[in-house]
Design a protein around this ligand. Sequence first.
Ligand code: NDP
Ligand code: MG
Length: 386
Amino acid sequence: MTRRISIFGATGSVGTSTLDLIGRDDDAWSVVALTAHSDVPALAAAARAHSAEVAVIGQEALYADLKEALSGSGIEVEAGAEALVDVARLDVDWTMAAIVGTAGLEPTLAALERGNSVALANKESLVSAGGLMMEAVRASGATLLPVDSEHNAIFQCLAGSRLEDVRRITLTASGGPFREFTRDQMAAVTPAQAVKHPNWSMGAKISIDSATMMNKGLELIEADHLFPIGLDNIDILVHPQSVIHSLVEYRDHSTLAQLGSPDMRIPIAHALAWPKRMATPCQPLDLVTIGRLDFEAPDQVRFPGLRLAREAARAGGGHPATLNAANEVAVAAFLSGRIGFLDIATIVEEVLAGYSAPKPRDIAGILEADGQAREAASRIVERVQA
Ligand code: NDP
Ligand code: MG
């Protein structure tokens, strides 16, 4: 049976991996919507290649360009942030939420409110508005399928078990490209060095988050929403080979782990085929060649993002949205050469220290905390840069 699917963030790293998988069995899927932010040529090419029904470009000013790029194709063209939300409400069986950052929040929430299966890569939306998103899941009966490799691993290790029987969840972390760097060495790293992840090929933002290890902090908050066993029962373990993607320990002290090559197409395929399985072109795991698996405790002094995320999760309310938004601004400033690598966590910490507001009750409240954090972070960027 053909399943109707939409991909938000279709031109990104997760989006193109998803298209790669569905392109291998075109009869199984029927593409409804594909979206991008500014990459008109890539979006138009993907929409034509997969005979999408509608293509949406986030930047409104690019509507005419996309219209022209798709002329004669019969593919409907939409543009702007509101169009992204409208298209997320279309009737589909499966949605990939792979926009990067808070920009993905409203479309992802709209897809969850509509129901059916939503594969979630856009972790920032869950960090900022996890409570509201999980409420939407309960209300609509949507199936939320985690795509982030760690959370997908946990989902697989849980395999329908009761959360009451889980004693501990361990999120593994590669440690990123600067795992062995001192703070002094980190002070001098360039964006080009920081985006080079040792094991995974990913978009720029998440690559920087991996280098600061804020990614693991965001994933801690993500896990706290997806698998609510209590923050203190979720650990982080550095595992440089990225072979074990995470572990679940049950109360009988039996521990289950999910292993695989570091290729996002494996968790994406799991979410695409769930509850069945599908073949992938990925490298099978060859443990003899890998030879050994190493583990070490995370260092919260060299990587303060881990501590900041745990503190923000504990504080709750608008703190996680503040952490996330300040981090997005700081990462963008680092990528454009305006601040140093170590300034990222310093800016996040300063913005969090200045945050105090009542708990946001709705999406407008979350977006307000997000907006204020962005303004505060931008002011600090200007100061640091001066
Ligand atoms: P990329 O930067 O590669 O792609 C981002 C996608 O989102 C692109 O399609 C981009 O369009 C679109 N986009 C960017 N900004 C906006 C905006 N303001 N409005 C609408 N669309 C926008 O990111 P990744 O694929 O690496 O990551 C996507 C999400 O998945 C992130 O939340 C990340 O944390 C998560 N994730 C990624 C993993 C990976 O391996 N890459 C692993 C686990 C999680 P355009 O191309 O036009 O800019
Ligand atoms: Mg991950």
